[in-house]
Design a protein around this ligand. Structure first.
Ligand SMILES: Cc1cc2nc3c(=O)[nH]c(=O)nc-3n(C[C@H](O)[C@H](O)[C@H](O)COP(=O)(O)OP(=O)(O)OC[C@H]3O[C@@H](n4cnc5c(N)ncnc54)[C@H](O)[C@@H]3O)c2cc1C
Length: 353
């Protein structure tokens, strides 16, 4: 039997963020992950952006999240010897004069002015057509989340701390002072399974809805831009004339099967502003771990004080993952109370009606 500080289930943005804190604090861990290719972190566009570009408002806690998240990715880049953070502005395509006016108003707001350039940009590239111009958002970028997951798993595997398997809930024994899973004994277990939480008998009472999203990888030989374009879709440069186009939002379909309807919808939106030829080279789908009230799900199980959830990263896992992982670690190790907006205790009534 191996004795550890933690068992972490799930090696996506949530699990990796938590393991990174464990490493810094010299805690021992084993990670259990079923290696699903269509996990949310493997498919994500990876954008981080402190604004909600539909309404030109700030996203929930965006500044605190970014100030925690960006140093974490920088640290992971060093530890794993890879490039993860591609800092790039986002150009918002305006659909009307009214949107231009809303942009001017927002860029005047001292709360938002650090992120919005007040100037309207007329042209980004000859093959990007937009009658009402573009607004530039700064302090934004993309994290290569798929590369992060692959590299992190390799790093865990090299140190014999990765179990590539479906977590067997029946093999978990919970005692007052520890948890035991197969040959591992740990002080606590963290479930960071993304949408996989639906199968977790401890936490499946939580209102994790899940929102399916689809993305395409395109090759656009005549387009050479390094900024992200945002209309009703994102076009994200990956380098060498490859781009990621996304994403769709489907609240009904809970499969990870790519669909022709979503592909057509994405391409129709792209064709409204792209005027050159392209080929579709890949098509992905996954389920975002979204929650009814759009806030993360963090904290101890109401009955078992050493069994925790780290979930509900929703549509913004890149920014939220490192932030909530730190909150959970502080709650466990330093007894820092979790804010009610993220604590799963807000849903205790669902378990004890
Ligand atoms: C199309 C799309 C586009 C997106 N774009 C962005 C974006 O641009 N910016 C952004 O910030 N966010 C984006 N997201 C959201 C982001 O991907 C998620 O918020 C984030 O990746 C969730 O991370 P997670 O670790 O909670 O879950 P996951 O990434 O799903 O990781 C969970 C892990 O646990 C494993 N697992 C689950 N159950 C079990 C089990 N029983 N046993 C063993 N292992 C298990 C899974 O295989 C997986 O590896 C996007 C999501 C989608 C689908």
């Amino acid at each position: 039997m191996k004795t550890l500080d933690y068992i972490v289930v799930g090696c996506g943005l949530a699990g990796i963020s938590f393991c990174n804190i464990l490493k810094q604090n010299k805690k021992t861990v084993v990670v259990v992950d079923n290696a699903k290719k269509e996990s949310s972190s493997m498919v994500a566009g990876g954008l981080y952006n402190p604004l909600v570009l539909k309404r030109f408002t700030k996203a929930w806690n965006a500044e605190q999240q970014l100030s925690v998240a960006l140093p974490v990715y920088a640290q992971l880049e060093q530890d794993l010897n890879i490039t993860l953070d591609y800092k790039t502005p986002v150009y918002r395509l305006f659909a009307s004069v009214e949107e231009q006016n809303n942009w001017f108003e927002a860029s005047d707001n001292p709360n938002l002015s650090a992120y919005l350039s007040p100037k309207i940009i007329k042209e980004v590239h000859p093959h990007i057509q937009n009658n009402f111009g573009f607004g530039k958002v700064i302090n934004t970028g993309r994290i290569d989340t798929a590369l992060l997951v692959k590299a992190y798993k390799k790093h865990l595997s090299n140190s014999n701390t990765l179990l590539q398997e479906e977590f067997d809930y029946n093999s978990l024994q919970i005692q007052e002072t520890c948890v035991t899973y197969k040959n591992y004994n740990a002080k606590q277990i963290i479930f960071a399974e993304g949408f996989g939480l639906k199968q977790n008998p401890f936490f499946n009472y939580l209102p994790l809805d899940g929102t399916k999203g689809e993305l395409l990888t395109l090759h656009i030989p005549d387009l050479d831009i390094s900024c992200v374009l945002k209309s009703s879709v994102f076009l994200i440069p990956l380098g060498n004339h490859y781009y990621r186009l996304g994403a769709t939002y489907d609240w009904k379909d809970k499969t990870t099967q790519p669909t022709l309807a979503s592909k057509d919808a994405l391409l129709q939106k792209l064709n409204r502003f792209l005027t050159c030829k392209f080929t579709v080279v890949n098509h992905f789908a996954s389920i975002r771990p979204t929650v009814n009230d759009r806030r993360p799900l963090v904290g101890a199980h109401p009955k078992y004080h050493n069994v925790y959830a780290l979930n509900g990263l929703g549509t913004r896992g890149v920014m939220i993952g490192p932030y909530v992982a730190q909150k959970l670690y502080d709650a466990i190790e330093y007894k820092t109370p979790l804010d009610n907006t993220i604590a799963i205790s807000r849903y205790n009534k669902l378990l004890f009606p």
